[in-house]
Design a binder for this molecule. Structure first.
Ligand code: C2E
Ligand code: CA
Ligand code: CA
Ligand code: CA
Length: 278
């Protein structure tokens, strides 16, 4: 029993060791991903549930690792936030998304581009100027950009976040609270932030109509949005039943596989042309 215990311990140490090495390697690869053109964006439609028009796109990051294939953002963005590379990566995302939105605008596509902004990015002193400069460089109207921020962005330095979000809002950029209800939600924060959109996280939408608690949480967010004059977007809509429920309950916008998966830019444009023409 003793020796098998030691074997287990050695196995454990070896596997932790391997995990640390893999993580270090991934981190190193991530630092080179930008320069090596391994990152790209896909776009997911945001649909008006009443009219079925696509009014927006959320830009979502993808990493094609040369050896490991496609790595989902949940696996590398936390790492990029820890080592700070999210600042450069986030700027690249913003640049690429604004360029794409400007292309669509000049092709007559009336689409607002939603970009995820990490809490780490929002903490940078130059972030507001960087965003305004990016819009100007692409000649993109600020009204075409939406920034999705999470509640954790408000927590570390509330005054700083309030000030920056007000500057962005005053410039004409719209703001959405992402993953609403999953983090540390405070109505005090919400009241002080110039946000126009609340996003219901997909975890509450997934079991809508199956799980009473999730249904109540979704209802509460929809009602809260209405009473604060915010537009509510449901994320992760996968079925006709979920779509119908959300629409009847007064949720304005939806996003999810039921409408479309996140797709490359050309597919997105084709989707909008097909759907909005109907
Ligand atoms: P998020 O911002 O909450 O994005 C929604 C996620 O739900 C996306 O996952 C999207 O592909 C997925 N999704 C959309 N519709 C459905 C559906 O009907 N069913 C299911 N099961 N999932 C659906 P994705 O693309 O893997 O991104 C994961 C997270 O990574 C994002 O969550 C966001 O927090 C982060 N992320 C992605 N791109 C960026 C980026 O450019 N910058 C930053 N800072 N974070 C990003
Ligand atoms: Ca988002
Ligand atoms: Ca998220
Ligand atoms: Ca989410």
């Amino acid at each position: 029993a003793k020796s098998s215990g030691r074997n287990h311990f050695q196995f454990y140490v070896a596997s932790v060791d391997r995990e640390i090495r893999e993580r270090k390697q991934l981190e190193k690869d991530l630092n080179e991903a930008l320069a090596r053109n391994q990152l790209h964006l896909v776009y997911q439609p945001q649909v008006n549930l009443e009219t079925r028009q696509t009014i927006g796109a959320e830009a979502l990051l993808r990493w094609h690792h040369p050896k490991r294939g496609l790595i989902p953002p949940d696996q590398f963005i936390p790492l990029a936030e820890l080592n700070g590379s999210i600042v450069a990566i986030g700027q690249w995302v913003l640049d690429q998304a604004c360029w794409q939105a400007a292309c669509w605008a000049s092709a007559g596509l009336d689409i607002r581009m939603a970009v995820n902004l990490s809490a780490v990015q929002l903490r940078q002193d130059t972030i507001v100027d960087d965003i305004l400069e990016t819009l100007a460089r692409h000649n993109l109207s600020p009204g075409r950009l939406e920034l999705e921020v999470t509640e954790t962005s408000f927590m570390s330095n509330l005054e700083d976040a309030v000030g920056k979000l007000h500057r962005l809002h005053d410039a004409g950029i719209s703001l959405a609270v992402d993953d609403f209800g999953t983090g540390y939600s405070s109505l005090t924060y919400l009241k002080r932030m110039p946000v126009q959109h609340l996003k219901i996280d997909k975890q509450f939408v997934q079991d809508l109509l199956v799980n009473d608690d999730d249904t109540r949480i979704a209802n509460t967010i929809i009602d809260l949005g209405r009473s604060l004059s915010m537009t509510v977007i449901a994320e992760g809509v996968e079925s006709a039943e979920q779509e119908a429920y959300l629409r009847q309950r007064g949720c304005a916008l939806g996003q999810g596989y039921y409408f479309s998966r996140p797709v490359p830019a050309d597919e997105f444009a084709a989707f909008v042309a097909g759907f909005n023409a109907q």
